[in-house]
Design a protein around this ligand. Structure first.
Ligand SMILES: *Cc1c(COP(=O)(O)O)cnc(C)c1O
Length: 388
């Protein structure tokens, strides 16, 4: 039997940072020596480099991804009385961001096989109050830009992307962050591009949105002590930007390694499809940046996702669930649905998905070990083979 000494962690930030240790420390030291701790040179460099990587002109660093959504929507003129269509299947911060902008989140269900927002449901949910569609490029896979743009144009509403899980993801020739009027990213440490703490950014090609955002994040002041807007204090820290500047040039490579790891998973897991282990569908091929690699543990398998997770944990393989309780069934957000049964695909997925280890340095041998362990759990050995 496999022993826990052969463990596979869920993410491995240490392996990611080890080769960059010197460079990161030097960048942080330099930022401290310069003393420009608030909106300094490191922030300006990162903002322009990251925006360029996304294929747009402006980047405005903020304190975290949640603020990037809230302030980004505000900068787009979205607030009280406005409806924003969001997926029911997302991390709760998407909803929090919309609420903090003062707008009303309108939840719609997701697709069963990609877990992405159901665009037919989006079409049906649009009302005269709708100001924006807020697609989430969930788990590293973009929502179809062409379909989003067709719907948005037909109804005359904006697209604001939650790209917190999709740094440099691509689909149909678009890069995440370049599809709508603006987009929010998070640099929470475990995201595809992570800081050494909190961080976020809004990217946009709209000069006016960028201007307003620079003021909104800085007490609403376009110039010192002139408070044109009711803003807040939410800035990307110079020290975090210094770290991000070192990591950004490696992001493409890391994303490619994640995609390769995912294809290895796909290949090795293929024989388990008819035993109820079904990976979420990738519609973006190499453009999927696999923030997470997720399988459904279907009913037909005759065993439970939680049992599988426990079995894997027993042999030292860490897994996660993203997310175990849908937003509309969370105690604080029950008013954004009709209780259980409101969004069937979302609810079914929350009950059966399992996130497997995924990070750039994940090796084929580790993936093989994860798959072998899943196989052992779902196809138990004969009693005579069970170790004492
Ligand atoms: C991480 C995340 C956020 C929020 O980012 P923070 O930096 O943690 O505030 C928003 N939306 C999604 C989909 C996320 O995964």
């Amino acid at each position: 039997m496999l022993q826990s000494s052969t463990s596979v962690p869920f993410v491995d930030l240490h392996a990611l940072h080890a080769p960059l240790q010197e460079e990161i420390q030097q960048a942080v030291r330099q930022a401290i020596d310069r003393g420009d701790f608030i909106l300094g040179q490191a922030v300006r460099n990162f903002e322009s480099d990251f925006a360029r990587a996304c294929g747009v002109e402006h980047g405005i660093g903020v304190a975290c991804g949640t603020d990037a959504i809230a302030l980004g929507l505000q900068a787009c003129g979205i607030g009280v009385g406005d409806e924003v269509i969001v997926p029911a299947n997302t991390f709760i911060a998407t909803i929090i961001g919309v609420l903090h902008a003062g707008a009303t989140p309108v939840l719609v269900d997701c697709e069963a096989d990609t877990a992405l927002i159901d665009l037919d449901a989006v079409d049906r949910a649009i009302t005269p109050q709708t100001k924006a569609i807020l697609p989430v490029h969930l788990y590293g896979q973009m929502v179809s830009p062409s379909r989003l743009q067709e719907i948005a144009e037909r109804h005359g509403v904006l697209i604001f992307e939650d790209a917190a899980q999709a740094h440099l993801a691509r689909r149909e020739g678009h890069t995440a962050g370049s599809v709508g009027i603006a987009a929010a990213f998070s640099f929470y440490p475990s995201k595809n591009l992570g800081a050494a703490g909190n961080g976020g950014i809004v990217v946009t090609r709209d000069e006016n949105v960028a201007e307003r955002l620079r003021a909104l994040r800085n007490y609403g002041a376009p110039q010192k002590y002139v408070h044109t807007y009711r803003g807040t204090n939410s800035r990307l820290d110079s020290l975090q930007a210094a770290v991000l500047n070192v990591k950004l040039p490696h992001l493409e490579t890391w994303n490619r390694q994640r995609n390769e790891a995912a294809r290895t998973y796909d290949r090795l897991l293929a024989p388990l499809q008819n035993r109820g282990i079904v990976p979420l569908r990738n519609e973006c091929d190499l453009g999927h940046v696999y923030h997470l690699y997720i399988v459904r543990v279907d009913d037909t398998a005759g065993y439970d996702r939680n049992v599988l997770a426990r079995e894997l944990g027993r042999v030292g393989i860490q897994t996660g669930i993203h997310y175990p309780i849908p937003c509309h069934l969370q105690p604080a957000y029950r008013s954004f649905g009709d209780g259980e049964g409101s969004f069937p695909n979302t609810e079914t997925l929350c009950a059966c998905i399992l996130s497997l280890p995924m990070y750039p340095s994940l090796s084929e041998a580790q993936i093989q070990q994860v798959v072998t362990s899943i196989e052992a759990a779902v196809c138990p050995p004969l009693a005579s083979e069970t170790p004492a």
